[in-house]
Design a protein around this ligand. Structure first.
Ligand SMILES: Cc1cc2nc3c(=O)[nH]c(=O)nc-3n(C[C@H](O)[C@H](O)[C@H](O)COP(=O)(O)OP(=O)(O)OC[C@H]3O[C@@H](n4cnc5c(N)ncnc54)[C@H](O)[C@@H]3O)c2cc1C
Length: 662
C-alpha cells in the first residue's frame, strides 16, 4: 500500500491548480500537484484571446475600473452570479495580471501615437497617449463596455501557463504527472486526500492531505463537439459528486462559443470579433446588427450563439456536408494584423481548413465551450458541505459567472481564485482545525474499494462496451441539451442517460485486460463517472423552467426572477440512486449591489421579482445620499455591499490607474 502524506494536495496542473500550489508553497506548506498530463499541456494552454483586468491603460479602456468590470460580469451572468465573489474577483484581477507580468508573461503593450483599428466594420484611427506607452494593452471582447481583455497575441493561455509552470518549479512545487485522482478519501464530512491511479503502470496511490483542492477544469467532453481538450471530462467534479457529501452548483449552465470551425470544433477566439471580424450568412450579409443593434457581433456569447442558430434556422446558413454554418470574416483586419495578433487562428485555418483567413472566410458554428457549473464552494473556495475539500478554476462553481461567463473572465478567474484560495487554504493549514484524524485502516479501505472496481471492470464478461455508451451520451448531450432546450427533449435526454448509466454498471473492458497502462480501462471507469455528470446537467436543465444566460428553454423563454433567482445544487448521496438529488440555493436580492435588470443585449423577457424594485430603491437612495455627502466610489460601493474584509489582507489595497487619484 503506497501512501503519500502532504499538507496540501492539488488535483490539476492547469492555471488554477498551479496558482494555488504556488501560493500555499510560498506560505510554507508542502504541496503535491497531480496532473493527467505534464502541466504545460493542460487545457489552459489553449486559451487564445485574453484575460480581463480593468487596467484602463489603452485609449479605448479609458474610464474602466472595478465598477465597470463588475457590472459587465453581472450582466453577463444574467444575474446568476454571486455578487460578492464577483466583486472580490474584479478587485484582484489587476493585481493578478501584474503579478503574472513579473513572473514573465509578455503581455502585449500600448504603443504611443496613432494606429488603426477596425470598429463596427470601419477603420478608425486611435491615438495612444505618451504616458501609457509600454503599459499592458487590451482588446475589445463580448459583453464588455471597455477594452479590457489583455493578451499576448492570441496565445494568452499558452504564455500564462508557461510562466505559471516556471514559477511553480522555481518554488519547488512537487508535481506528479500522469496521476489521475479517481476518488476522494473522506470520513464524517471531512476530506483527507484522494486515491490516484498511475496512468503509466496502473498503480493505485493514496495521497493524504490536510487540504485537497480540485482544479481539474471543465466537463466539455460530455458533448460530441467541443472546443475543449480531450482531457476535459469532468472527472474532478465527478469524484466530488461521488463522495455523496460535496455538492455541485449550476451544472446545467453550459456555454456555447459562437465561432468554432466546422466541422472539427476547434476555436477561433472571440478576439477575432473583438478586433473587428464580422459574422456573415450564406449571402455574405452581416446579420448581427439586425438582431443586436447595439453590441452586434460583440454581445455576450450566449446571445450571439443563439442569434446565429436562429439565423441558420431561418435558412440563412451555408449548406455543407457537415451541416449548415455561417462565415467569420476577418479579412477586413488585414494580413499584418492577423499574422501579429491572431496568428494561432491563422495557423488553425491553414492546418485544419486549408484556407488563408487573410483572404478567405472561415466556416463557423456555435459549439460547446465552457462549464459555468462545478463544485459548489464558499467564497474561500472550500466546499460548502465537505470540510477540507477546496476547488477553483473552471472545475468550481465559486460563482462569479452565474449562467454565462464573459470571454476573458475565465483565465482571469483561474489566477485570481488560485491566488485567493491559496491564502484561505494556508490559513486553514495554519490552524488547529486542519489536524488530520484518519487512520491507516480507513485509507486502506478507500484504496481497496478502487482496486475492486478496477478488477470488476477487467473481469466482467458479456458486459457493455464503454465506448458505445459514451458516444451515445455525447450525442444526446449535443442534440437534446444544447443551445436551445425544451422540456420534451430534456425529458428524453434524462430518460436515456439514466438508462445508459444503469447499463454502465455492467461495463466490460474489451480491448485489453492489462492492469497497467490501458486506455480502454481508463475509458471504462471515466464513462461511468461522466454519465453521472451528464445526468446532473440534463436533469438540472429539465427542472429549470426558465431561460437564464446560456440556459435557454424554448418552452420557457422568460428569465423568471420571481421563481428562479437561485442556484441549482446537485448531489448523489446514495450510490444506488440513478438520478441526482437536486435542491436550490437562493440568490438574495436584498443583498445585491446591482439588482436584476436588462442586460442591454439579447431579449428583455424578464419576470420581475417585486424584491428587485425594493432593492433598487434602497440602492438608488443610498447612492444619492452618499454622492451628496461627497463620498468616493469605494465608499459608495462599500455601503451597498461590503466585501473587502473577506479578502486576505495583502490583497485589500486599491488598484492604481493612469489618471485616477486613489
Ligand atoms: C479553445 C479555448 C480557448 C479559450 N480561450 C480563453 C480566453 O482567451 N480567455 C479566457 O478567459 N478563457 C479562455 N478559455 C477558457 C479557459 O482556457 C479555461 O477555462 C481555463 O484555462 C481552465 O483552467 P483550469 O486551470 O481551471 O483547468 P485546466 O487548464 O483545464 O487544467 C486542468 C488540469 O487538471 C488535470 N486533471 C484533470 N482531471 C484530473 C484528474 N482526475 N486527476 C489529476 N489531474 C487531473 C489536467 O491534467 C490539467 O492539468 C478558453 C477555452 C478554450 C477551450
Amino acid at each position: 500500500m503506497k501512501i503519500i502524506y502532504t499538507d496540501v494536495l492539488v488535483i490539476g496542473g492547469g492555471l488554477a491548480g498551479l496558482r494555488v500550489a504556488t501560493g500555499v508553497k510560498e506560505r510554507g506548506h508542502d504541496v503535491v500537484v497531480l496532473s493527467l498530463v505534464p502541466p504545460k499541456r493542460s487545457h489552459s494552454a489553449a486559451a487564445q484571446g485574453g484575460m480581463q483586468a480593468s487596467l484602463a491603460n489603452c485609449k479605448m479602456g479609458e474610464g474602466d475600473n472595478e465598477d465597470v468590470h463588475f457590472s459587465d460580469t453581472i450582466k453577463g451572468s444574467d444575474w446568476g452570479a454571486d455578487q460578492e465573489v464577483a466583486r472580490m474577483f474584479v478587485h484582484c484581477a489587476p493585481k493578478a495580471i501584474r503579478e503574472l507580468a513579473i513572473w514573465g508573461v509578455p503581455w502585449s503593450r500600448v504603443h504611443r501615437g496613432e494606429h488603426t483599428s477596425v470598429i463596427n466594420a470601419q477603420k478608425v484611427t486611435i491615438s495612444e497617449s505618451e504616458e501609457a506607452h509600454g503599459l499592458i494593452t487590451a482588446r475589445d471582447f463580448g459583453g464588455t463596455k471597455k477594452w479590457r481583455t489583455c493578451y499576448t497575441s492570441d496565445g494568452t493561455g499558452h504564455s500564462m501557463l508557461y510562466a505559471m509552470d516556471n514559477k511553480a518549479k522555481e518554488e519547488k512545487v512537487e508535481i506528479h504527472e500522469r496521476l489521475e485522482a479517481i476518488s476522494l478519501i473522506h470520513e464524517n464530512g471531512r476530506c483527507s486526500g484522494a486515491i490516484a491511479r498511475n496512468l503509466m503502470n496502473g498503480e493505485l496511490v493514496a495521497y493524504v492531505a490536510k487540504a485537497t483542492t480540485i482544479a481539474t477544469g471543465g466537463y466539455g467532453r460530455l458533448y460530441s463537439v467541443s472546443t475543449n481538450a480531450i482531457i476535459c471530462q469532468g472527472i474532478g467534479q465527478a469524484i466530488a459528486l461521488e463522495t455523496g457529501v460535496a455538492t455541485l452548483g449550476n451544472m446545467e449552465a453550459i456555454q456555447f462559443h459562437p465561432t468554432a470551425i466546422v466541422p472539427v470544433g476547434i476555436l477561433t477566439t472571440e478576439g477575432c470579433r473583438g478586433d473587428g471580424g464580422l459574422l456573415l450568412d450564406k449571402d455574405g450579409y452581416r446579420f448581427m446588427p439586425d438582431y443586436e443593434p447595439e453590441k452586434k457581433e460583440l454581445a455576450s456569447r450566449d446571445v450571439v450563439s443563439r442569434r446565429m442558430t436562429e439565423h441558420i434556422r431561418k435558412g440563412k446558413g451555408v449548406k455543407s456536408r457537415y451541416g449548415d454554418h455561417l462565415w467569420l470574416d476577418i479579412t477586413i483586419l488585414g494580413r499584418e494584423h492577423i499574422e501579429k495578433n491572431i496568428r494561432e487562428v491563422k495557423e488553425i485555418c491553414e492546418s485544419f481548413l486549408g484556407i488563408d483567413p487573410a483572404v478567405d472566410w472561415i466556416p463557423v458554428r456555435p459549439t460547446q465551450h465552457y462549464s459555468m457549473g462545478g463544485i459548489r464552494t464558499k467564497y474561500t473556495g472550500e466546499s460548502q458541505t465537505l470540510k477540507g475539500l477546496y476547488s477553483c478554476g473552471e472545475a468550481a462553481c465559486w460563482d462569479m459567472h452565474g449562467f454565462n461567463r464573459l470571454g476573458g473572465n475565465s483565465v482571469s478567474e483561474t489566477v485570481v481564485a488560485g491566488m485567493l484560495v491559496a491564502e484561505y487554504i494556508a490559513d486553514f493549514c495554519d490552524s488547529d482545525e486542519s489536524a488530520l484524524n484518519i487512520d491507516t485502516h480507513t485509507i486502506a479501505t478507500f484504496l481497496k474499494a478502487e482496486k475492486d472496481k478496477m478488477e470488476a471492470l477487467l473481469t466482467k464478461e458479456n458486459g457493455e462496451d464503454a465506448y458505445v455508451l459514451r458516444r451515445r451520451m455525447e450525442s444526446i448531450m449535443m442534440e437534446k441539451v444544447g443551445i436551445f432546450r425544451n422540456g420534451e427533449d430534456l425529458q428524453a435526454a434524462v430518460d436515456e442517460l439514466e438508462e445508459l448509466y444503469k447499463r454502465s454498471k455492467n461495463i466490460e473492458v474489451f480491448r485489453s485486460k492489462s492492469r497497467g497502462a490501458n486506455p480502454a480501462l481508463v475509458n471504462a471507469y471515466r464513462t461511468q463517472k461522466m454519465l453521472k455528470l451528464a445526468l446532473t446537467v440534463a436533469y438540472g436543465a429539465l427542472l429549470r423552467t426558465e431561460s437564464r444566460g446560456a440556459h435557454s428553454r424554448e418552452d420557457f423563454p422568460e428569465r423568471d426572477d420571481k421563481n428562479w433567482l437561485k442556484r441549482t445544487i446537485t448531489s448523489w448521496p446514495d450510490e444506488n440512486q440513478t438520478i441526482p438529488t437536486v435542491s436550490y440555493e437562493e440568490i438574495p436580492i436584498e443583498k445585491m449591489e446591482f439588482p436584476p435588470g436588462f442586460r442591454g443585449y439579447g431579449k428583455d423577457l424578464t419576470v420581475v421579482n417585486p424584491e428587485t424594485t425594493k432593492r433598487q430603491c434602497v440602492v438608488d437612495a443610498l447612492t444619492e445620499k452618499l454622492v451628496r455627502e461627497g463620498a468616493n466610489r469605494f465608499e459608495i460601493q462599500n455601503a451597498l455591499m461590503p466585501y473587502i474584509d473577506k479578502l486576505p489582507k495583502k490583497y485589500q489595497g486599491t488598484n492604481e490607474r493612469l489618471g485616477e487619484n486613489v
